[in-house]
Structure formats: C-alpha cells, structure tokens
Design a protein around this ligand. Structure first.
Ligand SMILES: C[S@@+](CC[C@H](N)C(=O)[O-])C[C@H]1O[C@@H](n2cnc3c(N)ncnc32)[C@H](O)[C@@H]1O
Length: 732
C-alpha cells in the first residue's frame, strides 16, 4: 500500500536524529581525494571547494527519510541506501580488486571502515550494480514500494510534502548539490550570483546528467579543431614549412638592468625548458642583451637548477634580477625596478586597452625564448619532438601573429570572441595592476593565445564551452611552464585560487590543446520529466518556494569566486550560447556575500530569512560550512536566529586530509546544521546558541579523532547520535 500524501508531514527527519558521521567522513574524504576522476570535476577543474556528492546524498536522504522509534533499523536502512552496509561494501571491494585477489575480500571486510573505503570503489562508480539487493528491506521498513532512487524519493516527498520533493541550493557553485538531488530523482531549483557557477551547474545536469554521448563531443571537437587548424595553416604561424608543428612556445619577461643597461631575460633556472634540456644565456656584448641557446644535456646537473637570472632571497623571499657582466655580479630587486617604493608613482606603465604586447620602453618586456616542435599536426605522442632556440623565421611568425591580432582585435572584441573587459580592482585582482600594469582581462593572454583561444571561442557551442574554459585555464600568461612534467607542459592558472603573475610561462600550440579539448565526461542520465531550473540571481532575491534547502554559503576568507571567475566571464559574457544567454554575465561583485563583517552577516540573514519564507512550515534546511575560527560559531548562531530558524541537529564531517585529522580540534571539515522554522519563542540567548553549536561540534571532532574513548567504545551508534546539547536546547 502506497504512503498517503502528508502521512509524515510532521515527522522528524532521520538527519535530525542520526547521521553516521564517521562513515560519511571516510566516504567524503575518498571522493575528495579522487580529484580529476570526481564525477563533475572534468567540467571545470578550476572550481575549488566542491562539496562531495556522497555527503550531499546523505543530506538529501537524511532530510527525507523519517526518524522512527527503531533507531538501529533507521541506521541500517540509511546505510543500505548509501552503499555503506557490509554486503554492498563486499561488492565495492570485489569491483576494485583484480580477479586474482578477490578471494581476499573477506579479510578486508574486518578492517576499520576507513581502510575498507580506501580499498573499494566509490558507490557512485558502480551504482547500477550496487542497490538491487536493498529494496525489499527498504520497503519493508518504510512502507514504500520503490525499486529505484527516483521512485523512493518521490514516495518520501509525497509522504512529507504531498509531491515529488523540491530541493533547492541558492549558492549552487559548481552544482554538486543540485546534481545529486536530480540524480536521486528530485525536482531542483539551483541559483547562484555567478554565471560561471550557473554554467557549471548546467553542465552537470545537462552533460553528465544528460543523454549526450561522448561520441557527439568527439564529433564537435574534430569539427572545431579542423576549422581552427585551417585558419592557422592559412596564416602559416604554427608550422615551420618543413613538416614540423609548434607544440609549445616558451616566453619570459625581459627587464633592462638599471645599473648596466643590459636586457636580461628572467628565467628562474636554466632548466626552464624541458627534461634534459637547458637554456644557456649567451651574452651579446654589442647589443647588451642575451641570446638564449637550447642545449640537450646527458645529465641534469644541480647547478642548472640553482642558477637562474631571477632569484629570491631574504626573509620576505623578495625576487631579484641576477646577472654578471665583465665578471661583476649585479643583483637588483624587482620592487626597485618596478618602483614599488617610489611613494605611489610606480615605474610600471599601465597597459591601454589596445596593448597586446609590452611597448619598447616598458620596464617589463616579453620575449619568446624557445619552441617545442613536433612532427605531427595532432598531438601524437609517438611523433618526434624537439626543443629549438628561436630563429629569425620564428620571429617573423611572431610578428605575423601580432599584426593579425592587432588588425582583428576590435572586431573580435565587438563580436565577443575576445574579452574587452576592464579588470576591476579587488583583493585578488589588484596585483595584476601592481605587478604587471595589466588593466584589461585580455592582457593576461599573449597574441598567440588571443588568436587560438579566440578562434576556439568563435566556433564552440554550449556543450563545448566547458572544454574551452579548460583551454583558457591552461593557455594564458599565467600558465606556468612545468619543465619536469613529460616533455614539459603548462600548468593550470587555477592550480591554486590566486592569479599569480609569472616571469616565464608556456603557450600551447593547437596540437597541444587537443587533450584539453577532447573531454571525456561520465554519464549519469537523470530521469526525464524532472523540473530543473537554473537561475542567476542574488540568493536574497529568491522568489520560488521549495521544500528543502541544502546550502553551502560563502564564508570568511574562502575562495574569491566573484573576482577570479572574471577570468572566464570576460571571455564568455558578450557572446554566450543561447542556453546561457539568460544569465547575467557579470560577477556582480557588490552583491556577493563575502568576508566576515557586518555586510556578510546582513547578506546571510537576508538570504536565510528569504529561504525560510519560501518554504512550507514543515520544510527543512541543511546548512553546511567549513569549521574555521571560533568567531564563526557565534556569527552563525546569530544569523540562524535572525532568520527565524532553529537548529535541530549539528553534525561534523571531516572532508580534508589525514594530516588535518591529526591537528585535533582545529581540523578542517564541514559542519552540517539542520534547521527548521522557529515556531515558538525559545528562551535561549543567541550567544548561548553559538557555544552550544561549538560544543556539539567539538564533541564530534573528538570522537572522530579518537580522543573521546567513551563515545568510540559505544561503536557505530555512539558516533552517529545527535549531540545531547543540541537536543537539550531544541527539543523537536
Ligand atoms: C562555497 S560556494 C558553493 C560551492 C558549491 N556548494 C560547490 O560544491 O561547488 C558559495 C557560492 O556562493 C555564491 N554567492 C556568493 N554571494 C552570493 C549571493 N549574494 N547570491 C548568490 N550566490 C552567491 C558564490 O558565487 C559561490 O558559488
């Protein structure tokens, strides 16, 4: 017999009574460690701070499942649904182990859970195989008649809210929460202020969650590459006319030494080229500059690594230019060259919009110092490849590119193939002005990069904008040349969350962009007919009702999404494909919730109050945030109170590394607060609430790291109970 609509309207949710934090921590940690093989990461590896899908699944299920009088049975069913029970673990281990070792599965099953997880596949990697055995037991306990997650979630939603549940995330970021909600079969409302976040969320739901096959992508990739290759061949700027194609161009900054008048190319060491390839600086006494020669060596001497023309020293690790003329050593600090201490009048010229390369008199010039050639138009690994010093013909090709881009830049900017956006100064972006004089986003790309990236942008559709952003991430003046990786390659700009300026960098030829441009996405088709809505608006302006909100708001000193994503927005905003055209292509920095001050609190209260308004009386909110300074507890307590909400449970899930775990109570993980509308006037003072949350979390952290022997000795149940203090404060 089916569950009646609203049968569980006022029943507490499972997550308000139990949450197996230790197992969820182990699973979340495993997923975070998977890095590039995480499900949604290939859509945009530059997006940091993704919330693990497994944790999102636990929050969604935990909010919809009822807490019954039989806690142990509730836990058992929850674990079955999460793929964390021993029978499922056996399958996960068998899938991971080579056939010759499958007989050892029994031995693994007695290991601590964390070690089992390390040796097993993640549940989502084999989900279709995993859950066949669970439905009979699940249905018997819940009174449902489901044989898949969408069927179950639909029935749970009807029992609680009278309809298929509507799950919302108004800070959706890369879309990890909406994706998991849709995959489970819920209707989804996703929104974010940032259009790049909306785009990544769209990609999760329409590409990974869609039915487009990787074959379709392959076809489009080939078409785009063919068109771009054709244009480059017409221009003759990537081949040497003898069957060799440029795979990578290496550039460095060149400064004029104020003491000698010599032009010095800035190379951090002589290994700035490739594995067993070094750069030699050959002085040209007449022109007072250095030619850069490329030399293959049999063995990489440590001297090559420690000697470079740009070095850093002293407690502040300040960079200085180093060179020797007539046996005399010269060391000039970069801040001195830049005139950082000139009382505000820097020696750096601020670039004008039309600049694409430094001007002759600029203190920081730029030069090509080596080229990696390959005997293949495509990125064939077996093809012969070699580094060569720069020739006269190379310089001619450079001029051709500069000339072409100068001729077309205005038109291409107008059409939106190239960025024309001013860099707004902010905590992170200010350094682009200060360190290099760059004022517009296109200054972060050299003429070759503008040419190739611009052509790719011109020819790509919505599906391919994801690969295009990966191209941008690896082909800019901020793409470090990593000479020790393979034959050498560019590292991504968003290796960390900063926009670091560089003295030398790599620029990829088209053949070397091939890999970034042939994405292989996982496929988890989402049920047809779900209501899925992706919107770009400030969270404060939510005007649609949803049953459950699961949010991971911006906090404290975390990633400055509103600044760094302008790197991509600048390229996409003028000419977005029709699928993305209704979002506001602006980071709207002033509307972003950020920092820790009064502005942060006001933005948060306005948002959480609005969500409270836009949910039914029996609605549930799950708020996740990273455990940071103690001050955040009191802040959160005030925000929750002022938003008309009350905490019904607090959980702590460790998502960071083992070493973080050992740091005790300061470990970085995620606090999960379960919130309900505050119906009665509780007598608690808001300050107390902060302490109570902190105490509850501390208790769980201690139990996770084994300090709380008493809780540990109680086994799994002890670790997944709701902290007493929270119950005491907020009887549900
Ligand atoms: C911590 S991130 C969310 C990460 C996400 N859960 C994930 O897994 O990728 C916070 C998000 O809040 C967004 N944000 C900041 N201020 C906002 C506002 N006023 N309205 C809506 N979104 C905002 C940021 O753009 C960012 O995507």
């Amino acid at each position: 017999m089916a569950l009646k609509p609203f049968a569980w309207k006022d029943k507490p949710a499972l997550i308000e009574h139990l949450f197996p934090v230790q197992k969820i921590s182990a699973e979340s940690f495993k997923e975070q460690e998977a890095r590039q093989s995480k499900t949604l990461t290939p859509l945009g590896s530059y997006w940091k701070g993704r919330k693990p899908l497994i944790l999102n699944k636990a929050c969604i299920l935990g909010s919809l499942l009822p807490a019954t009088d039989n806690r142990l049975r509730d836990l058992e069913i929850f674990e079955l649904l999460m793929g964390m029970d021993s029978e499922t673990m056996q399958k996960r281990l068998e899938e991971k182990l080579p056939p010759s070792k499958r007989n050892l599965v029994g031995e693994f099953l007695v290991l601590p859970y964390k070690e089992q997880v390390e040796k097993a596949k993640r549940p989502e990697e084999i989900s279709s195989l995993l859950f066949g055995h669970i439905w009979k037991r699940v249905n018997a306990h819940l009174g449902t008649s489901a044989f898949s997650f969408p069927e179950l979630l639909n029935q749970l939603g009807v029992a609680r809210f009278g309809r298929r549940p509507k799950i919302a995330d108004v800070f959706c970021g890369s879309g990890q929460i909406p994706f998991e909600a849709a995959r489970l079969g819920c209707d989804v409302y996703a929104s974010d202020l940032n259009p790049v976040a909306c785009m990544l969320t769209w990609g999760g739901l329409h590409i990974v969650g869609g039915r487009s096959l990787n074959d379709d992508f392959k076809q489009e990739q080939l078409t785009v590459l063919k068109k771009v290759r054709h244009e480059l061949n017409e221009l003759g700027v990537e081949d040497d006319g003898h069957g060799w194609y440029a795979k990578a161009f290496l550039y460095c900054v060149e400064v004029t030494c104020p003491e000698t008048g010599w032009k010095v190319p800035l190379l951090p060491n002589l290994v700035s080229i490739g594995h067993s390839v070094v750069a030699r600086l050959i002085p040209d006494l007449v022109r007072k500059r250095y030619n850069v020669d490329v030399e293959y060596v049999d063995e990489m001497d440590s001297a090559y690594i420690s000697t470079g023309s740009i070095r850093s020293d002293g407690p502040k690790q300040e960079s200085y230019v180093y060179h020797v003329v007539d046996g005399k050593e010269y060391r000039i600090k970069i801040p001195t060259i830049r005139g950082d201490n000139n009382g505000g009048s820097s020696n750096l010229r601020l670039w004008e919009k039309r600049d694409i390369v430094p001007r002759k008199d600029d203190i920081f010039g730029e030069r090509l110092y080596a080229v990696l050639w390959t005997k293949s138009e495509n990125n064939s690994r077996s093809a012969e490849q070699e580094f060569r010093a720069v020739t006269y013909a190379d310089m001619e090709r450079e001029q051709k590119v500069i000339h072409y881009v100068r001729e077309h830049i205005e038109e291409w900017q107008e059409k939106g193939y190239l960025p024309d956006m001013v860099i707004e100064k902010g905590d992170e972006t200010e350094r682009l002005y200060r360190e290099r004089g760059w004022t517009h986003w296109h200054h972060l790309f050299n003429p070759r990069q503008l040419l190739v990236n611009g052509l790719i942008n011109k020819y790509t559709s919505a599906n391919f904008k994801f690969a295009f952003t990966q191209v941008l991430n690896n082909n800019s003046r901020l793409s470090r040349w990593n000479s020790r990786s393979g034959v050498g390659q560019t590292a991504s700009v968003f290796d960390n969350q900063a926009l670091n300026t560089l003295y030398n960098y790599g620029c990829r030829g088209l053949s070397f962009l091939d890999g970034l441009f042939s994405p292989s996405y996982k496929s988890y088709p989402i049920l047809d007919g779900l209501n899925i809505s992706i919107n770009s608006h400030p969270a404060q302006r939510l005007d649609v009702e949803n049953d459950i909100y699961i949010t991971d708001p911006p906090y404290g000193d975390a990633v400055k999404y509103e600044e760094i994503t302008e790197f991509f927005i600048a390229w996409l905003r003028k000419n977005p494909p029709k699928e993305f055209a209704h979002w506001t292509w602006d980071s709207r920095r002033s509307l972003a919730i950020k920092g820790e001050d009064e502005g942060f609190r006001q933005g948060m209260v306005a948002t959480y109050r609005q969500m409270t308004k836009m949910m039914p009386d029996n609605g549930i909110q799950v708020l996740m945030f990273t455990h940071q300074s103690g001050a955040i507890w009191a802040d959160m307590a005030n925000i929750i109170w002022a938003s008309g909400l009350q905490v019904t449970a607090a959980w702590y899930v460790v998502t960071e590394t083992d070493s973080a775990l050992r740091q005790g109570a300061n470990v970085k993980g995620t606090v999960i607060l379960v919130l309900r509308k505050r119906h009665q006037n509780l007598e608690t003072f808001r300050d107390d609430l902060g302490w109570e949350i902190e105490d509850a979390v501390k208790e769980q952290v201690e139990s996770l790291i084994g300090l709380d022997k008493q809780v540990r000795s109680q086994g799994a149940e002890g670790l997944c109970r709701c902290p007493e203090s929270t119950h005491r404060l907020f009887p549900y």
